[in-house]
Design a protein around this ligand. Structure first.
Ligand SMILES: [Zn+2]
Length: 377
């Protein structure tokens, strides 16, 4: 797991790209959240965490909450296609889960898990995770969540051929995680916004302690090429959390909270051309009314390019990630967005997008207006 990792990552990226379906966009180029993939953690011979009395498994709780959430979304939004990565007690690999979401061309990926404390029962509460390496001090890769990531990622060890399939990635080796800083896609911004929606919606209970939103190196979040969030709903090792999660009412309320978050996110996502938290003081963004959707009067001052990355870590223009392309950096809230090959011709930008979309899964075309980026495809 040393120098070959970067090239290995490129190979993975290329393999992954072969099966990518573009995210949903309406004819007008406006976004529409029309497909969501819900991922109940673990399953089959992978039980996940187990309660101290050995009676309750993470895999059963995640499936039940996911199925309830799926039902609620289908009821509230009959037009939205809801896909579960598993709908029964069966084992699905981490890469298999990501493949389901990528092949479906999903607009949002929600992975549901339950946390546990190795020793003791005091730790409690829910936490929400996006991919990456947080720039926030004390909340970084080797901070509080590394043990959690190691445990959730370690399910790949259950696969017979994991050494070949995951190309030497060792979930227990901190060195392996350094490379996750390169594994951020263009959708981090949406992921963080949805994560905040989940945090807001979970506030009212039934599990009341929030452990916050953070960026962490979860394998399954890296492999998905759309806004993706992993929710650790509560602690199976904490008696109060467990009591809530064991009751059907408790699980139903949690699913209801996740529906609330989904609704908030969809409300902003639909009809927009991208979400820019910087314009709203880092807060969630208002929906763009349809009548405001007209083309700008003149695009002569604007340019076009392909956004390949949004990250909380500032990158160097010469970083190998950009593969020698000219790159424009735009600071947006706490994120840096990177656009390859800014150019004045839209048709040329579209050609360039086609050329590189396999190398940069999930990338999209943006209109550049000064320091503002507007997604147009
Ligand atoms: Zn889990």
């Amino acid at each position: 797991m040393k120098t070959s990792v970067r090239s290995v990552l490129m190979i993975w990226t290329a393999l992954l790209a072969a099966s990518i379906v573009p995210a949903a966009a309406t004819d007008s180029g406006r976004l529409k959240l029309s497909k969501v993939v819900i991922d109940p953690g673990h399953g089959g011979h992978d039980s996940g965490c187990v309660s101290q009395d050995r009676k309750t498994y993470e895999k059963s709780l995640t499936l039940d909450i996911s199925q309830r959430l799926a039902g609620k979304i289908r009821e509230a939004y009959p037009d939205v296609k809801v896909i579960l990565t598993r709908n029964e007690d069966k084992y699905v690999t981490l890469s298999g889960r990501a493949d389901i979401a990528n092949n479906a061309g999903a607009d949002l990926f929600i992975s549901i898990h339950i946390n546990a404390q190795d020793k003791g029962t005091s730790a409690n509460g829910y936490s929400i995770h996006c991919l990456g390496q947080s720039a926030q001090k004390g909340n970084d890769l080797f901070g509080k969540n590394l043990e959690l990531c190691k445990r959730e990622n370690s399910v790949i060890l259950l696969e017979d051929d994991y050494k070949t399939k995951y190309q030497g990635f060792d979930p227990s080796d901190p060195q392996s995680y350094i490379f996750f800083s390169l594994m951020q896609n263009a959708h981090l911004e949406h992921s963080l916004i949805f994560a905040e929606d989940v945090a807001d919606a979970m506030k009212g209970g039934p599990i009341t302690r929030s452990r916050g939103v953070s960026q962490d190196p979860f394998w399954v979040l890296w492999r998905t090429t759309m806004p993706s969030v992993l929710v650790e709903v509560g602690f199976i090792s904490n008696p109060a959390d467990l009591k809530v999660m064991r009751s059907p009412e408790g699980r139903d309320r949690i699913a209801g909270n996740l529906l609330k978050a989904f609704s908030a996110f969809k409300g902003r996502y639909d009809g927009s051309t991208g979400i820019d938290p910087a314009e709203n003081g880092g807060e969630a963004v208002k929906d763009t009314p349809a009548e405001a959707a007209a083309e700008p009067e003149s695009v002569s001052t604007a340019g076009f390019g392909v956004q390949v990355l949004a990250t909380s870590r500032k990158m160097k223009a010469g970083d190998p990630f950009f593969r020698g392309n000219p790159v424009k950096e735009v600071k947006s809230g706490s994120l840096y967005k990177y656009v390859l090959r800014p150019m004045s011709d839209e048709a040329e930008a579209r050609r360039f997008y086609k050329e590189i979309s396999k190398e940069y899964p999930g990338c999209f075309i943006v209109r550049i207006d000064g320091e503002t980026l507007e997604r147009i495809r």
